[in-house]
Ligand binder design. Structure first.
Ligand SMILES: *[C@@H]1O[C@H](CO)[C@@H](O)[C@H](O)[C@H]1NC(C)=O
Ligand SMILES: *[C@@H]1O[C@H](CO)[C@@H](O)[C@H](O)[C@H]1NC(C)=O
Ligand SMILES: *[C@@H]1O[C@H](CO)[C@@H](O)[C@H](O)[C@H]1NC(C)=O
Ligand SMILES: *[C@@H]1O[C@H](CO)[C@@H](O)[C@H](O)[C@H]1NC(C)=O
Ligand SMILES: *[C@@H]1O[C@H](CO)[C@@H](O)[C@H](O)[C@H]1NC(C)=O
Ligand SMILES: *[C@@H]1O[C@H](CO)[C@@H](O)[C@H](O)[C@H]1NC(C)=O
Length: 526
């Protein structure tokens, strides 16, 4: 037991040491520069400890710390340069001075670590950076649904305080462009605001994957897949690192719980100690893991160091091992120590929905049991009203149940002229409204080209407003005044005091749609 520990510990230390040594040599053009005396000293300490068979973790970690310090001082000359949101120069290589050691194929290519920013305005300084690696899948793509779910109920201030990076880990430039187009088409506002970015690696980033060693009984295909995954996550992490305070690793086939952003921030703030290394907001693989952005260079460097050797979740666990475990104590102790560095949040905020893994042929049916049922509607207590609609409800998803907060409303495909009417037999003051269409599972069943209109109880009010100077009421027709419309599935607003009291609110559909309509939130504020 002890011997193997010493061996694995030395294995790690020796790698770090030889890499450091290489750095010093490579850093200089003259071939035979003597190694730094401090490194020789550290090396002697390491050897002495090993010879005596007394390599304890404290000594090891102190050696490692010193080595890290030395390499950092020698080479870390970070120069981040943002101009007009475009990233200039080989940004990532400046963040990871040792990249050429772990990825020797990068040596002759100066731009191999330059990210290819397809969409993005170089947003930085946010609280939350979400990283979503995606690859071309042979079967279904879940990316657009995943993004819908993440953006579904983000408030304007949360939208302002977040960056979502879609990392297209493909070399096929046409494919990368097509993902950019798809995202621009589906989320024009969020791309425009800089919330959503699409990035891919440079053409020279990947090594020749056909020369990998097959280990742990993994097939050639699988070794290639897991090796590439290590590289992809590292690249994404290095790109994300300078953008915000916290980084959350996600995948491209998940759903998020409404309110996930606030829940994560509240949880971080609630923690008594700052000693954690990552927080788990899902118990699956690499989904919903939050890191401090400033730790990302260390983590990515570790992944890169061993990217050929093991899958990424094992490597993440090994980082904890190196940091927390005492090789002279047993597994139980190690688990306990590691547990202090990764804290688990319940219930889970992200669920895996994909069935087909990005590894061709592999089915990925893992589900997070702590996620619970996805929330499909939001209930409110609304004022008493008479409800009517020309839309035919599907099964039990009726307007009445939706209004009472028991379900969502789901209607068959609407035609122009279809409506939903909420009337108040006794006219009343209504200060505002929120109608949200679509939900996490059927997020395109929106109201398109649909207005929100009110009927003032005093008909003369309408004439005054529609013929008056306020341009927003100009488009009104019938006895109703148009006060809003659905934009990206949502209609929300306040109601002018001059219109009160109100006899009815109507949703009016102006063009036919092939898609059904779903109302997951009805909120009439009194
Ligand atoms: C690493 O370097 C910093 C400053 O360069 C110094 O304050 C710190 O003590 C060093 N750490 C070790 C373990 O040598
Ligand atoms: C960074 O590089 C510049 C010039 O290339 C050099 O003058 C400076 O000392 C370097 N800084 C560190 C911390 O090595
Ligand atoms: C950033 O890049 C611009 C032009 O590419 C250059 O003029 C400027 O000096 C650079 N700034 C830093 C801090 O490197
Ligand atoms: C978003 O950020 C910008 C710039 O930091 C700021 O001016 C604006 O008020 C913010 N908006 C919201 C809704 O927080
Ligand atoms: C990758 O390596 C294999 C085996 O060494 C070789 O046959 C192949 O040509 C290489 N591919 C590229 C693109 O260099
Ligand atoms: C909305 O419907 C009206 C009336 O049918 C039509 O003129 C208009 O072009 C539609 N707008 C959109 C964005 O589809």
């Amino acid at each position: 037991m002890r011997l193997t520990h010493v061996k694995s510990v030395c294995f790690l230390a020796c790698i770090v040491l030889s890499l450091t040594w290489l750095t010093v040599y490579n850093g200089n053009d003259e071939a035979a520069h003597p190694p730094h005396p401090e490194i020789i000293h550290l090396y002697e300490r390491l050897l002495a400890a090993e010879v005596k068979g007394e390599l304890v973790s404290r000594e090891l970690s102190s050696v490692l710390k010193n080595l890290r310090n030395l390499t950092r001082i020698a080479a870390n000359n970070i120069s981040t340069n943002f101009t007009d949101g475009q990233i200039k120069g080989s940004l990532l290589s400046s963040r990871l001075p040792n990249a050429n050691l772990y990825l020797p194929h990068l040596r002759d290519k100066t731009d191999s670590l330059t990210p290819n920013v397809v969409l993005g305005h170089g947003r930085i300084g946010v609280s939350l950076v979400l990283g979503i690696p995606t690859v071309k899948r042979q079967k279904q793509s879940y990316l657009v649904n995943t993004l819908h779910s993440l953006l579904f109920d983000l408030s304007p201030s949360e939208r302002n305080d977040t960056v979502i990076i879609v990392f297209v880990a493909e070399m096929d430039i046409e494919y990368v462009k097509s993902v950019g187009e798809l995202i621009k088409k589906n989320f024009p506002r969020d791309v425009h605001s800089g919330l959503l970015e699409v990035v891919s690696p440079s053409q020279n980033f990947y090594p020749n994957f056909s020369r990998l060693r097959e280990t742990f009984g993994d097939s050639k295909e699988r070794v290639k897949w897991r090796t590439k995954q290590n590289l992809d996550y590292s690249f994404l992490m290095l790109y994300a690192q300078s953008k915000g305070i916290y980084y959350v690793q996600l995948e491209d086939d998940i759903v998020a719980k409404p309110g996930y952003s606030e829940a994560m921030k509240t949880y971080v703030r609630s923690l008594a100690s700052d000693d954690w290394m990552f927080l788990e907001f899902s118990q699956l693989g690499f989904i919903g893991k939050m890191f401090r952005a400033r730790d990302l260079p260390m983590i990515a460097e570790f992944f890169l160091m061993f990217h050929r050797d093991k899958p990424i979740d094992w490597l993440l666990d090994h980082i904890l091992w190196v940091k927390a475990c005492n090789p002279e104590k047993d597994d139980t102790d190690c688990k306990k120590q590691k547990g202090l560095l990764k804290l688990r949040y319940k219930p889970s905020l992200f669920q895996h929905v994909g069935l087909h893994s990005s590894l061709p042929g592999k089915l990925q049916q893992l589900k997070d049991k702590d996620f619970g049922k996805a929330v499909l509607f939001t209930a409110h207590s609304n004022p008493q009203a008479e409800l009517s609609s020309s839309l035919e409800p599907y099964q039990r998803h009726t307007l009445e149940r939706a209004y009472l907060g028991e379900d969502f409303f789901w209607g068959l495909a609407p035609n122009a002229g279809d409506f939903i009417l909420f009337s108040f037999p006794v006219p009343r003051t209504i200060t505002g409204y929120r109608f949200r269409s679509g939900n996490l599972e059927t997020n395109r069943d929106w109201f398109y080209n649909t207005t929100v209109e009110v009927l003032p109880s005093d008909a003369s009010v309408r004439d005054t407003l529609v013929n008056g100077p306020s341009p927003q009421y100009k488009g009104s027709h019938g006895g109703f005044i148009v006060i809003g419309s659905f934009v990206d599935g949502l209609a929300e607003g306040e109601i002018d005091r001059r219109i009160q009291p109100i006899a009815a609110i109507r949703l009016l559909v102006h063009s036919s749609s092939d898609l059904w309509v779903l109302l997951s939130e009805i909120f009439i504020k009194v």
